[in-house]
Design a protein around this ligand. Sequence first.
Ligand SMILES: [Zn+2]
Ligand SMILES: [Zn+2]
Length: 169
Amino acid sequence: MSALTNEVSPHIPLAGGDGWSNEEEATATCFCGAVQLKFPTQAPGLVRTYLCHCTDCRKITGSMFASNFSVLDTHLTHLRGRENLTSFSQSRTVASKTTMTNYFCSTCGTLMYRVTSRFPGSRNLRLGTVDDFHLHETKLKPKLEQFTESRVGWLHDMEGMAQFAKSSR
Ligand SMILES: [Zn+2]
Ligand SMILES: [Zn+2]
């Protein structure tokens, strides 16, 4: 454990609702609060943290890139609202042409995670749904950027993050 994470208490703003974090785990909650996940904030359950500039991520987020982190299915818990998730799958626009399935809250539309048939056994969660915003700055800070070939022109290499023109794996 780093001294930093021990010294700074969780920062859970209003949008975080009843979320929490401790040394090993944290919650991710949709905007309306119906869906809540629990995940590990370290390996092996936490696989990787990254920014994705692919054209799908732009469209899905309604923004210029997605801030993602991957968690092993064996280490992810649906605390509530799993039945409130709706899924949408397609492969047409996915670079690898494999199927990507999106799971989002049926009530508020927050995308909670994506699953790719290319890497079964893990899910790609969204950094912005993590309730403890302090984790966005520390343990879950993205380590790399991928699909920089389709990154919007007014964004540049993020300092300290490895760069990948296409998929990083
Ligand atoms: Zn919701
Ligand atoms: Zn992407």
